[in-house]
Design a protein around this ligand. Structure first.
Ligand code: URA
Length: 186
């Protein structure tokens, strides 16, 4: 059964299923158009996101905004969230158990938004959604279709900030996303 946004947000606010919530300032559930055709999923909140309670508002978020603009959209036309809703200490990668504990919230967001295309930003998001065998350098840029929903793994914007040489591939992947949305929207 589908939960409502109110009930989902209340569940996330009260959640203490893994230890991450003990050291945070704010939960970061995600934000954007609740009916978006396009969803972006990142890894987990960083320091800026933790302070503001909003996903992708720091340096990686600013690059994500540019990536979204590059395909002709504004941030408020897409839905943006993360695998884990609480900042891992020192921005470490979430443990598989932490990701697994948080996954029901991501699934609920997916069920409510009903996106047609999902961009998986980095290995953590791609593995949480598509399976642990994903390798981002090998599997990025390749569509995975499940029940009519199209998943595109690509580099995380933080990886693009660390290594500008990856931007060319990320740009290619985003163009595929733009084409797919055009096809699906007819
Ligand atoms: N990195 C992420 O994966 N998510 C954010 O919200 C910010 C940085």
């Amino acid at each position: 059964m589908e939960v409502s946004w109110d009930s989902l947000n209340a569940q996330i606010a009260q959640c203490d299923k893994c230890g991450l919530c003990r050291q945070i300032h704010n939960k970061v559930p995600g934000q954007g158009d609740a009916n978006a055709d396009l969803m972006f999923i990142g890894e987990g909140p960083g320091a800026d996101e933790d302070l503001q309670g909003l996903a992708f508002v720091g340096a990686a978020g600013q690059l994500l905004t540019k990536m979204i603009a590059a395909i002709g959209l504004a941030r408020d036309q897409v839905y943006i969230c993360n695998v884990v809703k609480c900042r891992p200490p020192r921005n470490r990668t979430p443990e598989p158990e932490e990701a697994a504990a948080c996954l029901p919230y991501l699934r609920a967001q997916f069920a409510l938004v009903k996106p047609r295309v999902i961009v998986l930003l980095g290995a953590t998001a791609a593995r949480a959604v598509l399976g642990e065998s994903v390798r981002i350098t090998r599997d990025r840029g390749i569509w995975v279709e499940k029940k009519g929903v199209w998943f595109m793994p690509t580099y995380h914007p933080a990886a693009l900030l660390r290594d500008a040489a990856k931007k060319k591939d990320a740009w290619h992947d985003l163009q595929l996303v733009q084409q797919k949305l055009r096809e699906l929207q007819g």
